[in-house]
Design a binder for this molecule. Structure first.
Ligand code: ADE
Ligand code: ZN
Length: 339
């Protein structure tokens, strides 16, 4: 029988919480920076990795936004996206719902169209050659104004064939969900899938507010929901998915260590939790490393892993038929593994 790590590596899964800019590995960052003549505060990839030592979300975001400055041409966005998709395919990711942060690029004078075209070219290639289906979710930066976010939404409305959803990310502290009620009302009316980061550093009240005011179908992170039993009851009853990112939570000190992560408690409580990698180039691992490190620290068994993988498809925005096909693929995998 395979080890638990081997079992995790082979199980079909979906990734639902992944910032494409967070997949910029130091080697690619240095290479793209060189070809575009953008200087970085690191002499090489090793020095960059050493500098990735974060004390909280904001200290990470400062470094993350600075690194995105190397991304300038359509080719850069293609290279970034295809590198992630190759890695995801190698980890048995069958479907990925990918965030991108256009405001971190348009603020530097890069055209929205350049970003979307580069990403889109990689998504088409992944579908054709890697067997990974994708959806693109445009995130609005919550530290900026709602008006600026609405300008992005209006751009996304012209790219509906490529942009399936609208999300909300960046600094949670001081930027509550209520700041974006009008924007999400409009996104919902326009037929976009809507999701939001909430309860990462923010409290259970922030999760509740996002749920009640933003029409969201999923919560990104949401780990602080456990502080409010009534909210947990609602999330369980409505099976609202929570896209949890274990390595991110430890690296950004939401939990002191993986052993203290509440993923297992959330799963046992009946919440529809999924495991994701958030910003894998910065947090020490892609989706399989997230499953493996959480499984080791929290003593998750095969049944828990299967539940997490099934949840990843259930929580996706795939059609009912596709969700069922992927869950059947998991059933066949379990059967083959038990023979
Ligand atoms: N942008 C990229 N990663 C993020 C995270 N973990 N939380 C909020 N915004 C982000
Ligand atoms: Zn995130």
């Amino acid at each position: 029988m395979k080890s638990l790590a081997g079992f995790i590596a082979g199980i079909p899964k979906a990734e639902l919480h992944l910032h494409i800019e967070g997949t910029l590995e130091p080697e690619l960052m240095i290479a793209i920076g060189k070809r575009n003549g953008v200087s970085l505060p690191y002499p090489d990839a090793e020095a960059a990795r050493k500098a990735y030592n974060f004390s909280d979300l904001q200290s990470f975001l400062d470094i993350y936004y600075r690194a995105t400055a190397v991304l300038i041409t359509e080719e850069d966005f293609y290279d970034l996206t295809i590198a992630y998709l190759r890695k995801a395919a190698s980890q048995q990711v069958r479907h990925a719902e990918i965030f991108f942060d256009p405001q971190s690029h348009t603020a530097r004078g890069i055209a929205f169209e350049t970003v979307v075209r580069g990403i889109e070219r990689a998504l088409v290639e992944a579908n054709d050659t890697l067997g990974v289906s994708t959806k693109l979710i445009m995130c609005v930066l919550r530290h900026l104004s709602e008006e600026e976010g609405i300008k992005m939404l209006e751009k996304a409305m012209l790219w509906k064939q490529w942009i399936a959803g609208i999300g909300l990310d960046s600094s949670e502290r001081g930027n509550p969900p209520e700041k974006f009620i009008r924007l999400f009302e409009r996104a919902h009316r326009e037929g976009f899938l809507t999701v939001a980061h909430a309860g990462e550093e923010g409290s259970a009240a922030s999760v509740k507010k996002a749920l009640d005011t933003l029409h969201i179908v999923r919560i990104d992170h949401g780990v602080h929901c456990m502080e409010d039993e009534r909210l947990v009851e609602e999330l369980v009853r409505r099976q609202i998915p929570l896209t949890v990112c274990p390595l991110s939570n430890v690296r950004l000190r939401v939990f002191k260590s993986m052993k203290e992560h509440n993923l297992k408690t959330m799963l046992e409580r009946g919440l529809c939790v999924t495991v994701n990698s958030d910003d894998p180039a910065y947090f020490g691992g892609y989706i399989n490393e997230n499953y493996i490190e959480a499984a080791i620290a929290l003593d998750l068994d095969r049944d828990a892993i299967v539940r997490l993988a099934q949840n990843s498809f259930t929580a996706s925005s795939l059609s009912t038929v596709h969700k069922e096909l992927y869950r059947k693929e998991i059933d066949r995998y379990i059967q083959q593994e038990s023979n």
